[in-house]
Design a protein. Structure first.
Length: 144
């Protein structure tokens, strides 16, 4: 069993230009990355990195980078869910609402339309990561 012991903000940067596009159909780009620290120990951290960009005609109108970490504790020997799955699916899914709230708050305080991030499918990201890892392993293995 895994327990969430603490959530903390590691890094937060915000940049915007003075005049930004405020139409409802404005494009917003999101990028997600998950890192782990001491994953094999009983106490470990999972870090969710989210990059938010609102592109403009002459470069980014808004850029936000947020790095939020969760400190987790593993109790006993558990394989349900497997550690790899937990660190790349369950843990980021627990952290994501805090990142969403932080970005919504930043954008509201910046005098622009509040950026409400959409739900994110961490299961799909996990499977895509696994597929890429398997492809890299096959590229590196000798041909028969």
């Amino acid at each position: 069993m895994y327990k969430l012991k603490n959530i903390f903000l590691i890094e937060s940067t915000f940049k915007r230009i003075e005049v930004i596009n405020s139409s409802e159909n404005v494009e917003r780009l999101l990028d997600f990355k998950v890192d782990t620290i001491n994953r094999e120990s009983l106490n470990f951290n999972v870090i969710l990195n989210v990059d938010f960009v609102q592109p403009g005609e002459e470069g980014p109108e808004v850029e936000i980078k947020v790095k939020m970490a969760g400190h987790f504790e593993r109790e006993g020997e558990t394989d349900s869910p497997p550690l790899d799955y937990f660190t790349y699916v369950n843990a980021p899914a627990m952290l994501y609402p805090f990142v969403r709230e932080h970005i919504a708050s930043l954008t509201a305080k910046a005098g622009m339309d509040t950026a409400l991030l959409p739900p994110f499918n961490f299961v799909e990201m996990y499977h895509r990561r696994k597929t890429e890892e398997e492809a890299k392993q096959q590229e590196g293995s000798p041909a028969n």
